[in-house]
Write a protein that binds this ligand. Sequence first.
Ligand code: NIG
Ligand code: FE
Length: 403
Amino acid sequence: MSATLFIGIAQLVTPGAGPQRGAAMRALTVTENAALLVQDGVIAWVGAAQDAPAASTTHDLGGVAVVPGLVDPHTHAVWAGDRLADFEARVNGVPYEQILARGGGIRSTMRATASARVDELVALARPRLHALARSGATTVEVKSGYGLAFDAELRMLQATRALQAEVNLTLVPTLLIHVPPTEGRDEYVRGVCEALIPQAARAGLASAVDVFCEREAFTVEETRRIFEAARTHGLRTKLHADQFHAIGGTELACELGALSVDHLEASGDAQVAALANAATVATVLPGVTLHLGLPAAPARPLIEAGACVAVGTDLNPGSSPTFSAQLALALGVRLNGLTPAEALTACTVNAAAALGLTDRGALAPGQRADFLTLHSRDWRDLAYTLGANPVRDVFVAGQPWKD
Ligand code: NIG
Ligand code: FE
């Protein structure tokens, strides 16, 4: 196939390929007056424009900054219903966990989602994914978790599969075991392990299994059982942990080699140390800090301790109505204390690692040609801008993304 040489790149900025830990998260390579050669959807060459190889096609980007496509490693983009009444109640002082304990919150989204057909879920999720793509996301993780009943969980995963068939973004499906039923939780966990996980794995509907490990959700022991079933059926694991209370989920996930632990708003020194000593990625979700008014996850101590930190939107109706991967990056700087360079690394190669992917997130030969042009010549506009979109064009595997 023919190769395309992208020129007119005022500044090309990239982290190193693969997961970056600690201080290495700040080590970006910045090339002024650069060019990028793409062949068959993959980067074939990158460097100074004056050294560029010849190519059959040239595409002049007009003098802009180019960065890797963003990876959003944590979304709940498929849901039905809304949480506007919860939002108003919370603003009036009712805590998120209390709304959940009373049968609202996640449980109200479950009622609405479980009664929706696959085509309805697809129609609801489509514009959310398009918004994430326009904001620079070229790979998006999408969780189930609002079905509760097993057939409804599988319908959510089928909706993600149907969406993948219509977009050239990469969607990474995760089976989320979110909250237990109000009665019969032991049978539920057994069914998850013996029926739901094997079925999702057999049908190829999920790459990983996630659990919400929290006082109002699953215990550490239940999480362990679910993780063991995931491993038996060849699925990776991820965890929602330390959102409100550090009850031991982070330590368990690190011990069992989970891909990532996400949230971490309530993490302390012990959890930071566990993540610093494990391959498990620490994914922070600044949209939750903003929307629920929670403490910010300790991204600075995590990086100083040598952990691999990623940032995600956690797009969902209850805790983070954040429809922009770029905004999550920008909030990671304001709320979690990341430097702009660390935030770019957190939203690219490290977010990819949180999904078990090492073939994307850096602008280097052999990586997928997922990249963004900005309206600006200076890449720092990506981390600086709040409430407008600094992303001009999104390229997925070398092809322009079109809404
Ligand atoms: O990642 N904390 C648990 N799950 C989601 C929120 C889901 C919801 O509120 O609907 C989260 O924050
Ligand atoms: Fe989440």
